[in-house]
Ligand binder design. Sequence first.
Ligand code: ZN
Length: 323
Amino acid sequence: MNFSLYNIMTVIIPKKAYLTIVAAAVRFANARIPKDDWLEASGVLIGKNVGDDVVISAAHPIMHQELDKNAVMDQYKWKDEDYEALSIIDDEAFSRGEFTVGWYHSHPGFKVMMSHIDIRTTLSYQTNNPLAISLVFNHMRLIKQIELPDKKGDPDIPLENDPGFKIFRLDDVSGIEASYHPIDFKIEGYESMTQLIQTTQAFIIDVTNLLPKEGLIETYQNQVNKSIEELNSQLIGTEEYLKTLAREGATSRIPEVLLNQTRDINKFVERANKKIEKMKEFLDYLEYKERNIIIHQALEVINLWGQKVENLETDLRAISQKF
Ligand SMILES: [Zn+2]
């Protein structure tokens, strides 16, 4: 294939696939984790070729590096269940007329480029599909809008409206030459690149707080418990307030106060619901091998909040009937 053809190719990325890559990467490298413990994460991209373009439909997180201070960059320990996940995802894609169009991985805090290991991995994808792509993401590039210089000591390279990644393809599929080039891409689902950068930076903060690399069920349990406790305390507070009014003979104010309290409680519930919705969404960003075990449990925890909210009207009526 000649090089000029590569230059006109575009990779189309839907918003959900982009967010999946960001979340799966940030989960293992974020402000809650010491920088020395940041880990790379990796997954596959599903989609199809339309002409010379690659149209991605989904990104699937597969695995992350293990914590090993002596580990080489880009080196992953593959488990049987990871290979299994790859083949299940590929089979499912095939049944929809799609296939594995490439792979992504993260360079947490280091330059977006392809290492020798990355080139070898990309070669195996491109051997099967010459149009296969390799996406490399660094969340710090997105947060700070800078790229590290080629030479250590040189100044950082300022970026503008950069989504934190580049997409590469090898120039030569015979593998003799290790050179590669960046490919154009378009992320769909945003009004502008500025909006993309702003919302994704906020998304990174949510992922940092709500999608831990370990102990997800405990994190979800804590979040749900906190919300339920807060709601309970607001209900108790309302009742106490009304009791005081009744005691002081200010019963005429009770309907108005009850209305205001109910409005505040509903506002709190709305805020908590937003967080719970995020927690539900974040389950989509788990690694394939985790899904069976974690998602069911997490939804059960989330459901406790749903039940609490469902009973809210009854709880409020019970309070108002006391007065
Ligand atoms: Zn790499």
